[in-house]
Design a protein around this ligand. Structure first.
Ligand code: TYM
Length: 335
C-alpha cells in the first residue's frame, strides 16, 4: 500500500557561499518549485561544501539565512518541500566519510570543478575540495533520491555519485537508489554577461559578469546594458558563433517563455540596444517578486528558524534510515 502512494524523491542543494546568482535561479531553483506536487522534495543549503573555500563566518551565516528566505520566496512552500541546512543533519558528514572510502583517487582527480577551483585557490587546495564529490554523493544517496535537478555544471558530480553507489551496491547489495540528473533544456548553463565563454558564477572577479537574484533593478538593467554581444547586429541563436547574444536569448527565453524563433522575430531589424534593454527588463520582472518576498521574510527570523528546524528534523529522519543501513552493511558494531 505504501509503495502505491510513494512519490518519487528529489534532492538538490546550493552552496550559500555568496549571494544567489541568476545562474543558480535559472539552472536550478526555478525548476524546483514546479516539482513540488509530483515529487517528494528535499532542498538543502550546502553549507558544509562552502568551507572547501575559505569563508568569513558571519557572512556564511548571513548568506545561509538569506538563502532559506530566497528558497521560500522562489515558490518552495515549506509545507510541501523539506528545506534544511546540510550541517544540521550530521548523517551527511557520517555517510560522507564512509563514501570517501569507496571513492577512488583517480576518479576524483578527473572532476572539472576540482581542477577549476584548485586553479582559482592555488594557496588552499585542501583535502575537502578534493573529496567534495563524495560528500555530494552522500547528500543525494542518504535520501534515496530518484532525481537531482541541477545546472549542467553539476552533471559530472551526479555521474560520479552513480558510480560510487554502483560500486557500493556491487559489494553490499541494493543499498542505494541510483539517481538521475534533471537538467533544464534552456538555461542549463547561463554564461557571464561580460565573458560569455565562462559560466556565470558568484566567484567571478568581474562584478558586471554576474547578476544576483536579489540585486536592485537599476543594477540589473545596467549590467544587461553592458553585456558583451558581437558586431553583426542580428539577434540569432548560434552559441558557437554568437555566444553573447545566444546567452542573452536563453535568459530572455526563460524569463518570458518565448522560444528562440519568436525572439528572433521580435528583434528582427532592431539593434542590440533594444534587445539588451528588453532582456534586462524581463529579468527585473522575473526577480522582483522574489526579491520583495525575500526581504519580507528576512524580517521574520523566528519563522525562518522554524522552517529550517522542522526541515532538519524531517531530513534527519530519512537520512538516518539510510545511514543505519550503511553502517550495518559495512560491519560497524551497533551501539
Ligand atoms: P552551486 O552552489 O555551485 O550551484 C547551485 C545550482 O545552480 C546551478 N548553477 C547554474 N546553472 C546554470 N547556469 C549557471 N551559470 C549556474 N551556476 C550555478 C548549479 O548547477 C547547481 O544546480 N555541488 C553543488 C551543490 C550541492 C548539490 C548537492 C547539488 C551540494 N550537494 C547535492 C545537488 C545535489 C554546487 O556547488 O552547486
Amino acid at each position: 500500500m505504501e509503495n502505491q502512494v510513494q512519490k518519487k524523491r528529489i534532492l538538490s542543494g546550493i552552496q550559500p557561499s555568496g549571494d544567489l546568482t541568476l545562474g543558480s535561479y535559472v539552472g536550478a531553483i526555478k525548476n524546483w518549485a514546479a516539482l513540488a506536487d509530483e515529487y517528494d522534495c528535499y532542498y538543502m543549503l550546502a553549507d558544509m561544501h562552502t568551507i572547501t573555500v575559505r569563508q568569513v563566518p558571519a557572512e556564511l551565516r548571513r548568506h545561509t539565512l538569506t538563502q532559506v528566505a530566497a528558497y521560500i520566496a522562489s515558490g518552495l512552500d515549506p509545507e510541501k518541500n523539506v528545506l534544511f541546512v546540510q550541517s544540521h543533519v550530521p548523517a551527511h558528514a557520517q555517510l560522507g566519510w564512509v563514501l570517501d572510502c569507496y571513492t577512488m583517487f583517480g576518479e576524483l582527480s578527473r572532476m572539472t570543478q576540482f581542477k577549476d577551483k584548485s586553479a582559482k585557490n592555488a594557496d588552499n587546495i585542501n583535502a575537502g575540495l578534493f573529496t567534495y564529490p563524495a560528500l555530494m554523493a552522500a547528500d543525494i544517496l542518504l535520501y534515496q533520491a530518484d532525481l537531482v535537478p541541477v545546472g549542467g555544471d553539476q552533471k559530472q558530480h551526479v555521474e560520479i555519485c552513480r558510480d560510487i553507489a554502483t560500486r557500493f551496491n556491487g559489494i553490499y547489495g541494493d543499498v542505494f537508489k541510483l539517481p538521475e540528473p534533471y537538467i533544464p533544456k534552456v538555461g542549463a548553463r547561463v554564461m557571464s554577461l561580460t565573458s560569455p565563454d565562462k559560466k556565470m558564477s558568484k566567484s567571478d572577479h568581474d562584478p558586471n559578469g554576474c547578476v544576483y537574484m536579489l540585486e536592485k533593478p537599476e543594477d540589473i538593467l545596467r549590467k544587461f546594458k553592458k553585456a558583451v554581444t558581437d558586431s553583426d547586429a542580428c539577434v540569432r541563436f548560434d552559441p558557437a558563433a554568437k555566444p553573447g547574444v545566444s546567452n542573452l536569448m536563453q535568459i530572455y527565453s526563460v524569463a518570458t517563455g518565448a522560444d528562440f524563433a519568436a525572439i528572433e522575430r521580435e528583434f528582427d531589424g532592431r539593434g542590440y540596444g533594444d534587445f539588451k534593454q528588453a532582456v534586462g527588463e524581463a529579468v527585473v520582472e522575473l526577480l522582483r517578486p522574489i526579491r520583495e518576498e525575500t526581504e519580507r521574510l528576512l524580517a521574520d527570523k523566528t519563522y525562518l528558524e522554524s522552517v529550517y528546524r522542522a526541515g532538519a528534523e524531517k531530513a534527519a529522519y530519512v537520512a538516518n534510515k539510510t545511514l543505519n543501513k550503511v553502517y550495518k552493511k559495512v560491519g560497524f558494531l551497533p551501539r
